[in-house]
Design a protein around this ligand. Structure first.
Ligand code: AMP
Length: 613
């Protein structure tokens, strides 16, 4: 029986490009997708900084073209990765914002906020997006939201999962569970088809989003959701497709106009936005025009793309998706004919070529498009959140059995990877392996923990290491027990024990150097609070200025009327005009440093005048 949490809990799909929040509504007996202040069900995972404010979501994205260097997106592509990671190096070339290396090879995003340079790690940016999703939920539910189930790509590794939990902590959210995106989507699908899942059904989830690609094969029977295998690529999605289009048009622009725009962040940002729009259009149209006025050096960009050309430049990516589909079925040891339903999830699964390749692979099987590809993940997370919450009634009971996406093991002599938990093992899981010392009188050993599928340990991803020492004098072959535990969030804990002495050592890879330390998380929580206070201050000031502007307008109108009726004496009129002029000057003032109190006092003065005239 899982632990139950008190307080309101929501499900958050923290996407690369868009995020979505949902909640189980007891009185409606269903999940509700929560719209944001713009009325949209998804919110751009985008944060922007300017000389005087921080923006998150639609507001941030809307100003991206005019402030590209300080508009941060794609944090999910950075989270849990090292700066020297080949993928980070490649992405960095395409982002208009600056990324530098921080302590322990951690990538840091550099922005200018209120005139000062600020360095942010991916966890902090993601925490801002999570905080925004929480605010959206709180505004809708009209009560505080404490807990959240956050989804991650099934193919996220250990450090990426932990970093996502850290982002939740910085946002002041209690992340009660991390679940995999395709599994969450399967919940949405299973509940939608509740009546037809009485017999065991094999469901294949194909989830192609903005930045990640996951496939999962599950069997659903009654309330049991059992993941059989998962595969994917935590760096493949709609953004890669956009990148290819951008590259194509940059070349075309160079050919036609003999100028290279690739070093200009503003031009690139505007072209990227146009490409993303064109890509969406090509999911329904056969051809699209792409237009950007004065793209670079005053030159207008005007071009077009056919669906055939679009498919040609992206075919390699689409084929990569199909290879992953094949691998998942092989891992699950299941024939494609045994799959009952193929379910499409993620915005990029709308691309016709992707659908066609997938349908061909499954020998012409109809693809299920009945669930909303943008909302299904948050939907499933909301059900899980309700199930983990204390006292919520009528939640459909279900049992989730997920798997670990990557093999986990330790390095043996000769750089050999010895797998303790193979990929696609059902979690939570605990496995113990007995290893032998390799030398006579060996005093201790170093346990190096890796994840990955390569036979050479160093070709895999090193998660952490620790030493166990104090062994008794003994010939080689002396046993040491190594235990791996993976919890329900997919997070690994490793321990080792020498039985005769009872010497033990362990790592919760939680203390891994790549991860934020408790002090760093605490500092970021404090900073997040400061950001929030500053955001509120900015909003208060913006509202006061607005009210002031309106007040001036109303007094002017009242004065016009008074002039006609001659109801105000000239001395008083003079005083009123002088107050209006002071207020107008204050509003016109370019210097934004003015204290909010000055604006509020001025507003009070004008409001009292308004009462008199
Ligand atoms: P998600 O991460 O699931 O929100 O997916 C976002 C991605 O889906 C973005 O890269 C979008 O550009 C892409 N997308 C959304 N709608 C469409 C569409 N109609 N055709 C192609 N791609 C789309």
């Amino acid at each position: 029986m899982a632990k139950k949490y008190e307080g309101c809990a929501v499900g958050i799909d923290l996407g690369t490009t868009y995020s979505c929040v949902a909640v189980w509504q007891e009185h409606l007996n269903r999940v509700e997708i929560i719209h944001n202040d713009q009325g949209n069900n998804t919110t751009p995972s985008c944060v922007a900084f300017t000389g005087h404010e921080r923006m998150i979501g639609d507001a941030a994205r809307n100003q991206a073209a005019t402030n590209p260097e300080n508009t941060v997106f794609d944090a999910k592509r950075l989270i849990g990765r090292k700066y020297s990671d080949e993928i980070v190096q490649k992405d960095k070339m395409l982002w208009p914002f600056k990324v530098i290396t921080g302590a322990n090879d951690k990538p840091m995003i550099v922005v200018k906020y209120k005139g000062e340079e600020k360095q942010l790690c991916a966890e902090e940016v993601s925490s801002m997006v999570l905080g925004k999703m929480r605010e959206i939920a709180e505004a809708f539910l009209e009560k505080p939201v404490k807990n959240a189930v956050v989804t991650v790509p099934a193919y996220f590794n250990d450090s990426q999962r932990k970093a996502t939990i850290d982002a939740g902590v910085i946002a002041g959210l209690n992340v009660i569970r991390i679940i995999c995106e395709p599994t969450a989507a399967a919940i949405a699908y299973g509940l939608d088809r509740r009546n037809s899942c009485v017999e065991e059904r094999n469901i294949f989830i194909f989830d192609l989003g903005g930045g990640t690609f996951d496939v999962s094969l599950l069997t659903i029977k009654d309330k049991n959701y059992h993941v059989k295998a998962t595969a994917g690529n935590s760096h493949l999605g709609g953004e890669d497709i956009d990148n290819r289009m951008v590259k194509y048009f940059v070349e075309e622009f160079k050919r036609k106009n003999k100028v290279d725009i690739s070093g200009n962040p503003r031009a690139l940002r505007r072209l990227r936005t146009a490409c993303e729009r064109a890509k969406r259009t090509l999911s329904s149209a056969i051809t699209v025009t792409v237009e950007v006025d004065a793209l670079f050096q005053g030159i207008d960009f005007y071009s077009s793309m056919t669906r055939a050309r679009f498919e040609e430049i992206n075919l390699e990516l689409f084929q990569e998706c199909m290879e992953t589909v094949k691998r998942c079925l092989t891992d699950a040891k299941m024939k494609k004919s045994s799959v009952h339903d193929v379910v499409l999830v993620g915005g990029s699964s709308r691309i016709p070529k992707v659908q066609q390749l997938l349908q061909d692979f499954f020998n012409g099987k109809d693809l299920c498009k009945s669930i909303n590809p943008d909302e299904a993940v948050a939907y499933g997370a909301a059900v899980q959140a309700a199930l983990l919450s204390e006292g919520i009634k009528n939640v459909p009971d279900l049992v989730l059995l997920d798997v670990t996406p990557l093999s986990l093991g330790i390095k043996l002599q000769g750089d050999v990877m010895s797998v303790v938990i193979p990929r696609n093992t059902t979690i939570p899981v605990k496995r113990t392996e007995v290893y032998k010392t390799v030398m006579d009188n060996q005093f201790g050993t170093q346990i190096c923990v890796y994840e990955g599928e390569r036979t050479r340990a160093s070709d895999n991803n090193l998660l952490g290491f620790f030493t166990l020492s104090g062994f008794p004098r003994a010939p080689r072959g002396h046993p040491v027990d190594v235990t791996f535990v993976i919890d329900e969030n997919g997070i690994l804990f490793v321990s080792a024990e020498e039985k005769t002495t009872g010497n033990k050592n362990k790592i919760t890879i939680t203390n891994d150097k790549d991860r934020l330390s408790t002090e760093e998380v605490e500092r970021m929580i404090q900073e997040a609070k400061i950001f929030k206070v500053e955001d509120e201050k900015f909003l208060r000031k913006a509202k006061t200025k607005n009210d002031l502007d309106y007040c001036i307008y109303r007094i002017r109108k009242a004065l016009e009327k008074a002039d006609i009726n001659s109801t105000i004496c000239s001395k008083e009129k003079e005083e009123i005009w002088s107050a209006i002029n002071r207020a107008t000057d204050l509003l016109d003032e370019k210097n934004e440093q003015d204290d909010i109190i000055v604006f509020e006092d001025c507003l009070k003065e004008l409001q009292s005048i308004l009462e008199r005239v």
